[in-house]
Design a protein around this ligand. Structure first.
Ligand SMILES: [Zn+2]
Length: 279
């Protein structure tokens, strides 16, 4: 599952290649839109919304449509020169958009649909404030998190209805940076803005083409990769020593009763004491 930063980068690349361009051909390889042809339509913009991609197009008769896609687990959009050789198998292509200057191909997309731009809320209206959006609203995200105080923070951060953009990597990393065990209920997290600010910084640190290696958060802690130590603080570091205290990192899963997809969590048992312990 991509994090919001990879969707943001995909949108930026697609926007650079397609915005202002007229489609010379379109091919939707999903049954519902197999007969849809958007030849002659102009791409106005490509914007990310959480982990969703919105391509907004303008038709010949001023009609406006949005191609909505979600990468889910395996999906990717790639941009090629016209007629360029694809780097993914053709049978995984779900959407092909051609202009005079570029081919954009969406492979293995988890979601692909076309809606009226005026109806975008029907596909992304449920999302909470977008950590990477121009209208990021921390107070609203905090309000949504606190509406279900019993939910484990590691689950709540992944729930895109609370706030949009965090995937499994950054929920683990953000919990570590705040010293919060991912299974701790939201009500036990004393500083929700801090944990959200860390997640936002982690995402933002990866937006550029050349990823930075070290970012300091407001408390002076290096966020993300430590200088000279590429990788993560805890994500996929099971059995390796915590970079702060040396305790072996542990892996676990959050309980299934939370109603969301079960995903691995990684944490330091010393820096992130389990909920209920007064460490
Ligand atoms: Zn530790």
């Amino acid at each position: 599952m991509p994090e919001g930063d990879s969707v943001w980068r995909a949108a930026a690349q697609l926007h650079a290649a397609l915005a202002g361009q007229q489609l010379t051909a379109s091919d939707f390889r999903v049954p519902r839109f197999a007969t849809l042809k958007l030849d002659g339509w102009t791409v106005n913009e490509v914007v990310p919304r959480g982990k969703h991609l919105l391509m907004r197009l303008q038709g010949p008769a001023e009609e406006q449509l949005t191609i909505h896609s979600h990468l889910k687990m395996e999906g990717t959009w790639q941009v090629y020169p016209p007629g360029g050789r694809w780097r993914k198998p053709g049978f995984t292509a779900r959407c092909v958009l051609r202009t005079a200057t570029a081919d954009a191909v969406g492979f293995s997309l988890g979601t692909l649909e076309v809606v009226r731009t005026a109806d975008e809320d029907s596909v992304v209206g449920h999302l909470g404030p977008d950590l990477l959006g121009p209208d990021w609203d921390m107070a609203e995200a905090e309000r949504r998190l606190l509406a279900a105080p019993e939910v484990p923070i590691g689950v709540a951060l992944l729930d895109q209805r609370n706030l949009a953009g965090i995937g499994n990597i950054y929920r683990c990393e953000a919990c570590f940076l705040s010293g919060i065990h991912p299974a701790a209920p939201v009500s036990e997290v004393t500083d929700l803005p801090a944990i959200m600010a860390d997640a936002k910084q982690l995402l933002e640190a990866n937006l550029g083409p050349g990823r930075r290696t070290t970012v300091l958060n407001a408390r002076g802690t290096p966020v993300g990769r430590q200088a000279g130590r590429p990788g993560y603080w805890v994500y996929r570091r099971e059995h390796q020593p915590c970079l702060k205290c040396g305790t072996p990192i542990r892996r676990g899963v959050l309980a299934r009763e939370t109603g969301t997809e079960e995903r691995d969590i990684y944490f330091c048992p010393k820096c992130q004491p389990p909920p209920g312990t007064n460490a």
